[in-house]
Structures are given as structure tokens and as C-alpha cells.
Design a protein around this ligand. Structure first.
Ligand code: SF4
Length: 370
């Protein structure tokens, strides 16, 4: 490839030959590589993990079983405080209806997350998972690390013991929500009660030790530096290396990054929204650096369709969820939704064939052969 920066060219060559870049290399690419160079290198890594001609999506539902939360993250426009009459906990009838609607639309699972509701006992979570999985036949991709930490305190079990009980009750996989930026300086500012970096890491580590599949996320553009973005990625890559070395089936299936949505939060007007180009640069460098992650998701829900499609040429091989329901992002003011046909049109319009997956990347449906 032609280009101006010899260090960038050396990095591109290493990536093209299947080599790993270090933190300084990731920073150099974030700062200096052109969009064309990043697209080329991210696509090279994507090819090693996924069919280069196909893009997946999942039909599931983002179900927030409660919006009551006592963690009070400063970036969150979703929660109600304990005792606030506007707070809710979904009833079984509501959950059943959501499951029926999901299945009627060809959906397979729930992305199940709540606030951290101090009024719910440990048994509530076991019953909830059992009800959804065994009675309603829903794959439960559920509970972010901060919820699992709270359940561990309630149950009196270790993190691993807590996850083992949830798994036995029917929990299928764990989403990586709440990672935000895995740098304590930032976490203290935006989510002081959520715990430091080690809290998120140790829950995911316990899940992997238990053979559980998880996802990993990054919410960027909330005053972190580019070095801190790379630090976040380093935690994820190291954790995935450990998971793969364990070889027990546990580990991250996918990575997703999205820009912070500041609407209706105390940050509104105080932090600039990352541009489309910054999003594409960030997702491409993530794909290149996280060379041990099988899949990277495009965040069309926050970035819109055009940029979501463009991300497929910056290392993403997955369009994530159809988003039958999105409470948290829509509470902060940005939420794009599409139906299944539109999703397929988005993928085909970007030049790829589609396939529908479940929450752990098993095939649900592919298009009929032409
Ligand atoms: S992001 Fe999650 S943990 Fe933080 S306040 Fe909102 S619901 Fe609670």
C-alpha cells in the first residue's frame, strides 16, 4: 500500500502478514492512519475470522426487566431511583407477551438487563431466568457485570458460584454492558459506584472460567484520551488471550463500540459527539488490535444506517441486533430501528450476503441459494 507515514506502513504490513500490533501501534493507527489504510487493515483481520462475503444479525429483544437502580451513573438517562413511583419491574405477563412477540418476529433471545434494583432478592433472578428459558424457550443473554456483582452479594456465593447457579437456571450468555471505558480515572467520573476496572474484569473472568460466552463493549467519547481507549482494548485482548488458553469454551464472542449518547444526561452539551469518521477509525483499530476476537459488531443503532453500513468495510462482520426494543439508548435521545427486511436491505446494500444468527453466533437462517 502507498501512504505517507513509514510507521503506519510498517504496521499495515505487519497486520497484513497476520502479526499483532502493540499499544503504541494502535495509538499510531488511531492518530495517523488514513481511513483507507484502516479499512484495508481491519478488513484483512476480519477475513481471518469470518466469511468475507457475509454479515450476520440477530433478532432479539432488549428487555430491561427493571429500571430501578442505585448505581446512579452520570451518563445514564434510563434509571429511576429506588422509591421513585415511576420505577418499574416487569411482570410475568409482560415478559410472556414480549417473548411471544419476539418469537412471532423470528426472534430467539432476550438481551436482558436491568438497573441494579436493591428491592429484588437473589431468588428473583434464578426464577426470572428459569421462567424465560425453560417456560418461554428464550435464550437469555443477560445481566451485565454490575448486576452479577450485586447478585453475588445477595447470594453469598463467589462470582463464579453465582454464575454457575444462573447458568444452571438457564442463563445462556453474558453481555459486556457497563465496560464503558476500562480506565479508573474515567470510571470514577462517570460511574463512581460501579466499581473500578478490576470489577468488570473479574466478573467476566469468572464467567469464562465457568465456560460461559460473553460479549465485550466500549462506550467512547466521554473525555477519555486515545491512550485510554487503547488501554481499554488492552484489558479486553489480554482477557481473551487467557480465555482462549483455558480452552473450555468460555470467552468473548464479539466486541461492539459505540459513542457516548449525552442527551438528557448531565453531560449534555459538555462533550462533543464523536464524528462518523472517528467512529469508523475507532472500530477499525479495535478490529485490528483485538485480533483474538471472532466478531466485531457495527453500531448502526447509535450511528445510523449509512455509517452502520460503512462500518462493514472497517472490520465489522455483524450488524448486532434488530433491536425490537431499545430503552437505554432511546432514553438518551438516539435510537435507530429497522425491521427484518430493512436489515437485510442494509446488509445487501453494503455489498454482503446476510445470515441470521442466535446470541452466540449459531446459524438460525441464511438466504435461499440464488
Ligand atoms: S447505566 Fe446501568 S448501572 Fe448505571 S445507572 Fe444506568 S441502569 Fe444503573
Amino acid at each position: 500500500m502507498k501512504g505517507g507515514d513509514p510507521e503506519v506502513l510498517a504496521l499495515l504490513e505487519r497486520v497484513g502478514q497476520g502479526g499483532r500490533i502493540d499499544d503504541a501501534g494502535a495509538l499510531r493507527l488511531l492518530e495517523r492512519a488514513s481511513l483507507t489504510e484502516l479499512s484495508w487493515a481491519a478488513t484483512a483481520v476480519r477475513r481471518r475470522h469470518a466469511d468475507p462475503g457475509r454479515v450476520s444479525f440477530v433478532v432479539d429483544r432488549n428487555v430491561n426487566y427493571t429500571d430501578v437502580c442505585n448505581v446512579y451513573c452520570t451518563f445514564c438517562a434510563f434509571y429511576h431511583r429506588p422509591g421513585d413511583a415511576r420505577g418499574y419491574v416487569l411482570t410475568r405477563d409482560q415478559l410472556r407477551r414480549k417473548a411471544e412477540e419476539t418469537r412471532a418476529l423470528g426472534g430467539t433471545g432476550f438481551l436482558l438487563q436491568g438497573g441494579v434494583n436493591p428491592d429484588l432478592p437473589w431468588e428473583y433472578y434464578l426464577d426470572l431466568v428459569d421462567f424465560l428459558h425453560r417456560e418461554l424457550g428464550i435464550w437469555v443473554h443477560g445481566f451485565s457485570p454490575v448486576e452479577i456483582q450485586m447478585m453475588s452479594r445477595l447470594s453469598g456465593l463467589s462470582l463464579r458460584g453465582t454464575i454457575a447457579r444462573l447458568k444452571a437456571a438457564g442463563l445462556g450468555s453474558i453481555p459486556g454492558g457497563g465496560a464503558e471505558i476500562l480506565v479508573d480515572r474515567i470510571r470514577k467520573k462517570i460511574a463512581p459506584l460501579k466499581g473500578g476496572v478490576e470489577k468488570w474484569i473479574e466478573v467476566m473472568e469468572a464467567a469464562h472460567e465457568e465456560g460461559m460466552r460473553t460479549t465485550a463493549t466500549m462506550m467512547f467519547g466521554i473525555t477519555e484520551t486515545l491512550e485510554e481507549r487503547v488501554e481499554h482494548l488492552r484489558h479486553l485482548r489480554q482477557q481473551q488471550d487467557r480465555a482462549l488458553a483455558r480452552g473450555n469454551g468460555g470467552g468473548h464472542t464479539a466486541f461492539a463500540a459505540w459513542p457516548f449518547q449525552s442527551g438528557h444526561t448531565v453531560w449534555e452539551g459538555k462533550v462533543p459527539r464523536p464524528t462518523d469518521a472517528e467512529y469508523l477509525r475507532t472500530v477499525a483499530v479495535s478490529r485490528i488490535y483485538l485480533d483474538n476476537f471472532p466478531h466485531v459488531q457495527s453500531s448502526w443503532v447509535t450511528m445510523g444506517r449509512k455509517t452502520g453500513q460503512a462500518a462493514l468495510h472497517y472490520g465489522c462482520d455483524d450488524m448486532g441486533s434488530l433491536m425490537l426494543e431499545e430503552n437505554v439508548v432511546s432514553a438518551a435521545g438516539t435510537c435507530f430501528t429497522v425491521n427484518r427486511e430493512e436489515m437485510i436491505r442494509m446488509i445487501e446494500g453494503a455489498g454482503f450476503r446476510w445470515w441470521q444468527r442466535d446470541n452466540v453466533y449459531g446459524a438460525v437462517e441464511a438466504p435461499p441459494a440464488a
